[in-house]
Ligand binder design. Structure first.
Ligand SMILES: *Cc1c(COP(=O)(O)O)cnc(C)c1O
Length: 372
């Protein structure tokens, strides 16, 4: 059996670098509760991500839950969102006692179809939660125009969009807030972690309370908060990884370009296009196995697996079709989301992947389509 190829592999700093960096913790014994490194990582990420403000959170999911919570939307309000995403997006809305309302997505890039949003708005609509899926940038201008017209909050799930920029600003500088995931499988990781980006110190204080039990003083708890703080070991992992993130993205780009060379002329294999103007982080390599290809997406997935290559049907099924949400919420006809979800396959891509691996993967794909 050929060597196993997993869909991703976590980026890690050199061992000695991390060990050196955590040594001071044995002097101070200050290992969590907004320590020195938590502060330092917030400072560095604010610059790297080109955002006005940032609050570190224990993971991306809690970042989204708390970002939504921070706007105090009336219970039972509706939130227009996309079903073509990781389940976390929909969970975060429902766990805030809000109702997701599903809009379809665009065939070109998989992001929410801005032309469908207005028809879903009712007097109960309070917010829009779009996703920059695979790092593809949503139609920010149009979404903002609609939000302004109807007085809605916009909270972007930017979990896939670390380091992506748009018109000279960080992607996290748009909307009322954005969230990032620093999970081990993402382009930049803090082992587990995440962040909310936004504008204004007032929101910083609000999120500080929400992630720290609502505690405002030794004897004062002023609101109902969670525990969603990032600890110092994770913050230091982030500081170490951040030094190497540009190399990591460059390494991913090489693999991306190689895949494109190998796959671009295969009939029936298609790719998303984006409006990113070159700002990409190469977090994922999604392909669409269309009807013109000689085999189905599932056949390609299975054949890769038989060859010890692990791709992912990311995202299948769409979240609105999952058992916990099915037939519970309003939606548009989700035909494009369902179609994409039946065709998409994300191929292995990670920092330090060798060039031989895309070649081996391409061979198996061609074989499945009877092209060898
Ligand atoms: C990874 C991810 C999340 C959740 O982030 P975690 O850090 O894993 O909690 C949310 N939304 C999307 C689109 C993601 O890919």
């Amino acid at each position: 059996m050929d060597k196993q190829i997993l869909v991703t592999r976590s980026s890690m700093p050199p061992y000695e670098e991390y060990i050196e960096a955590i040594k001071p913790l044995w002097d101070t014994h200050w290992i969590t509760n907004m320590g020195k490194y938590h502060q330092q990582l917030e400072d560095e990420l604010k610059v790297y991500l080109k955002v006005p403000e940032i609050s570190l959170i224990v993971n991306g999911h809690m970042a989204l839950e708390l970002a939504i919570q921070s706007f105090d939307l009336p219970e039972g309000s509706e939130v227009i969102t996309t079903p073509f995403t990781f389940i976390s997006t929909t969970h975060a809305i429902v766990r805030n006692r809000l109702s997701p309302v599903f809009c379809d997505v665009k065939l070109s890039d998989g992001t929410i179809d801005e032309n469908g949003i207005e028809s879903l708005i009712t007097p109960r609509t309070a917010a829009i939660v779009p996703v920059h899926v695979y790092g593809n940038i949503c139609n920010i201008e149009e979404i903002q125009r609609i939000a302004d017209k109807y007085g809605l909050k916009v909270i972007y799930d930017a979990a896939h969009a670390f380091g992506v920029e748009y018109k000279g600003k960080g992607i996290g500088a748009y909307g009322d807030a954005s969230i990032f995931s620093f999970h081990a499988t993402k382009v930049f990781n803090t082992i587990e972690g995440g962040a909310i980006t936004f504008t204004g110190r007032k929101m910083y204080e609000k999120l500080y309370n929400l992630k720290n039990f609502g505690i405002r003083g030794e004897e004062l708890v002023a609101e109902v908060g969670a525990n969603a703080k990032m600890n110092e070991f994770c913050a230091i992992m982030g500081l170490c990884n951040l030094k190497h993130t540009q190399e990591a993205v460059a390494s991913r780009k090489k693999i991306h370009d190689l895949y494109m060379d190998l796959l671009k002329d295969i009939k029936g294999i298609e790719f998303f296009s984006d409006r990113n103007e070159g700002s990409r982080n190469y977090a994922y390599f999604p392909i669409l196995v269309t009807e013109e290809f000689g085999a189905s997406r599932d056949e390609v997935y299975d054949r890769l697996k038989e060859n010890n290559i692990f791709s992912r049907k990311y995202f299948y099924p769409i979240t609105s079709d999952q058992a916990c949400f099915k037939n519970k919420y309003r939606s548009l006809d989700l035909k494009t989301a369902r179609k994409l979800s039946g065709l998409v396959l994300t191929l292995p891509i990670y920092e330090g992947m060798s060039g031989e691996e895309p070649e081996r993967i391409t061979r198996v794909i061609k074989e499945t389509g009877d092209l060898l």
